[in-house]
Design a binder for this molecule. Sequence first.
Ligand SMILES: [Zn+2]
Length: 345
Amino acid sequence: MKYRVNKDYLLDMLNLLLTTPSPSGFCHNIMAKIEKKSIDLGYSFERTKKGCGIITVLGKNADHTIGLSAHVDTLGAMVRAIKSSGTIRFTPIGGYMMSTVEGEYCKIHTRSGKIFDGTVLTTKPSVHVYSEAKSQKREEENMEVRIDELLESEDDVKALGIAPGDYISFDSRTTIMENGFIKSRHLDDKAGVAALFGLLELLKSQNITPKNNLRIFISTYEEVGHGSSYIPKDIDELIAIDMGAMGDDLNCKENQVSICAKDSSGPYDYHIVSRLVDIANKNKIDYAVDVYPNYASDVSAALGGGNDIRGALIGPGVHASHSMERTHIDGILNTIQLLARYVSE
Ligand SMILES: [Zn+2]
């Protein structure tokens, strides 16, 4: 039997998340929206000192606590220097190929709260002018942000209030298609956060009390490695809901939930992975078990932080991760179905 998931709620939440900028370390705005959304559903919301969010759902059994984490922080950039030409040299936040942000519209967020528009370009952006425009290596020192203001010098940029240390967010280009595909930057891991809210809505609207206490953990520094390094001490097992990797010898498709058996941080808990596979088989939830070659999750961060927990990693298949990502609504729905069974049985 499948649970009824409120698809409209899920897609509204996903769209809200995807269109709110939140590069790692710049998550205060999106966390305020998440706090409001959890209060609207009737849940309490707490923050850790470093700004991660915790939503607690009481279960029938208070002796065991399952943590479900997803990260709301994304790739982005920061102003490193202002160039004499009036453009911005930037430093990346998170790991991505410079070619994947070339040509992207972006916003520069000053510390005084002003927002300026810009475009990420190479330093030789026109084939009509630079003979090396095509062959120029797409690496940090060859990239810059053109600001959409009339500017001629470094002083002009400073006069706007733009300074080193200001955050830069990329246009997510969110497109939710009629046929179920969702194209957007930052599906990693806003699709995971949306899945958790789909689960919370389902538990609330259908009056389901989970078997064990749940701690929903929304982390804000995953892309830089320490998202869930701290988690509440009562968590016994932690499942990270994060993007399923796709490609090469991996089996997962965008419409499936991926169950990760091992990533570069090592194998996930044997018994949780087995139980997830068992639940998926019994309930005809479309899934794939995969081994990700270049990946670490919030569970990796939690284990690295010294937490004595058992951990697993699941999530909707996301194609071209950290690039122009795409998933399918069915992948998110299958993730919610698997989680709903896992926490209620
Ligand atoms: Zn992720």
